[in-house]
Ligand binder design. Structure first.
Ligand SMILES: Nc1ncnc2c1ncn2[C@@H]1O[C@H](COP(=O)(O)OP(=O)(O)O)[C@@H](O)[C@H]1O
Ligand SMILES: [Mg+2]
Length: 427
């Protein structure tokens, strides 16, 4: 079978790496792909937003399954375009992707179907929003309703901070259409984790939970980024919380989407926070997470193509997972998430057995890889436990250790090693 992966980041490279393992896959196309993907897929010079071009390409090249990685084409209706052309595609329709595209919609849905999440109010009027903020006090969270490239959320520690966030978004149009409306919500304290599931209508097949690290620098300091590293599964999460997240969050929300006439097919991603009374939803995404995907898929024992086909057919894909833990650390360009230089040469990376390199912002120039984005690549590895997975990963990062053009976090997973493995010191 021929498959087409739409996207150009680490998540999509990881999908391509998984499809390579499938006996059923003949040709893999990536649109537009990246330099890393071009080693194992045929990259097509098309934008993710060129729907007509993608549909025509899929038809002409007998693509039997198209998988859409990023949120923008999903929200703009790329899946709908494939469905109208009668081409098999894995991902949510525009109507279903609204669960990511509008935080207000997602909050209303959760409220109506009693899915645990932070208390909130939505506003389009700045005075009303500010009155509510003053009434509730800080800490409080202000969110742009629409997509804002990961910059649309302010976790305000003071009332003043929240007031000016509301002002920037509603009065000053900070995020254009995406901040015509805002959600103001209760601050939740606790550890965050991500739980993704394969979903088709009311059928929900959860993956293993993952933890991402969003801040740029060690100790969760510095600005928010797209994600600086991740690991899976999250062993400190107890079985009760995992079961709760599946039974009381993922399954009811999938059923709610069916009831609302927006049945969801694809990957449903729940961003969760483990509060003192159990997991609550921070947000939903309508696609694979990045970088969570890069550490979850290596532990999936199934043929990914078969999983997607089964899910689309309404069959249980019987997901099975390898023992052990997978970790991944992102190498970023110095300056990211602010301004950074491009076209800096990358050192040679050697990964140990079980290790992998996932490209995100790289290009191939004059016979070598150079950087072309903020997040450049992710290096990962598996281990019997988190400590071993991290040791192996950090070994492979050595060539980047003294590179002034790049940086990476030295503490991915560290706080979880001590809490997850109390026996480690005893033996
Ligand atoms: N209600 C909340 N309480 C505490 N922290 C929150 C809350 N909502 C969001 N956050 C923090 O802000 C981050 C970004 O919020 P999120 O809703 O996931 O938006 P996005 O990923 O679209 O930027 C979360 O990962 C979390 O760390
Ligand atoms: Mg988020």
């Amino acid at each position: 079978m021929n498959v087409l992966v739409v996207g150009r980041g680490g998540r999509e490279h990881s999908l391509v790496q998984k499809f390579v393992e499938s006996d059923q896959v003949d040709r893999i196309f990536a649109a537009p792909g990246n330099a890393g993907m071009s080693q194992m897929a045929e990259c097509i010079d098309t934008s993710e937003q060129d729907f007509d071009g993608l549909v025509a390409f899929a038809r002409e090249n007998n693509v039997e399954l198209t998988v859409v990685g990023p949120e923008n084409p999903l929200l703009d209706g790329l899946v709908d375009a494939f469905q109208e052309a009668d081409l098999p595609v894995f991902g949510p329709t525009k109507a279903a992707a609204l669960i990511e595209g509008s935080k207000h919609f997602a909050k209303q849905l959760m409220q109506e179907y009693e899915i645990p999440t932070a208390g909130y109010e939505a506003f389009s009027d700045v005075e009303a929003a500010q009155a509510y903020i003053k009434e509730k006090g800080a800490p409080i969270v202000v969110k742009a309703d629409g997509l804002a490239a990961g910059k649309g959320v302010v976790v305000a520690e003071t009332v003043d901070e929240a007031l000016s966030a509301a002002e920037d978004m509603l009065r000053n149009g900070q995020f254009g259409d995406a901040s015509r409306e805002i959600v103001v919500e209760e601050f939740l304290a606790g550890d965050e984790f991500s739980l993704m599931a394969f979903v088709n209508g009311t059928n929900v097949y959860p993956m293993i939970p993952a933890k991402d690290h969003k801040r740029a620098y060690d100790g969760d300091q510095g600005p928010n980024t797209g994600g600086m590293g991740a690991f899976a599964p999250v062993q400190e999460l107890n079985n009760w919380s995992y079961a709760f997240a599946v039974e009381e969050i993922l399954k009811p929300v999938a059923a709610a989407m069916v009831k609302e006439g927006r049945p969801f097919t694809g990957i449903l991603y729940a961003g969760l926070i483990e509060t003192s009374v159990g997991p609550k939803v921070i947000e939903f995404n309508a696609r694979f997470g990045d970088p969570e995907t890069q550490v979850v898929l290596p532990l999936l024992e199934n043929d990914l193509l078969q999983v997607m086909i089964d899910v689309l057919d309404g069959k249980n894909p019987d997901l099975t997972w390898s023992e052990g833990v997978c970790a991944g650390v992102v190498v970023a360009s110095e300056g990211y998430p602010g301004a950074y230089e491009k076209r800096r040469p990358l050192p040679e990376v050697e990964v140990a057995e079980g290790g992998f390199v996932v490209h995100a912002g790289t290009a191939w120039e004059d016979g070598k890889y150079v950087s072309s984005g903020g997040r450049v690549l992710l290096i990962g590895n598996k281990g019997e436990d988190l400590a071993q997975a991290l040791d192996r990963t950090y070994q492979s990062l050595r060539p980047f250790e003294n590179q002034s053009d790049f940086f990476y976090r030295r503490d991915i997973g560290r706080s979880s090693v001590s809490s997850a493995a109390p026996h480690a010191d005893v033996e």
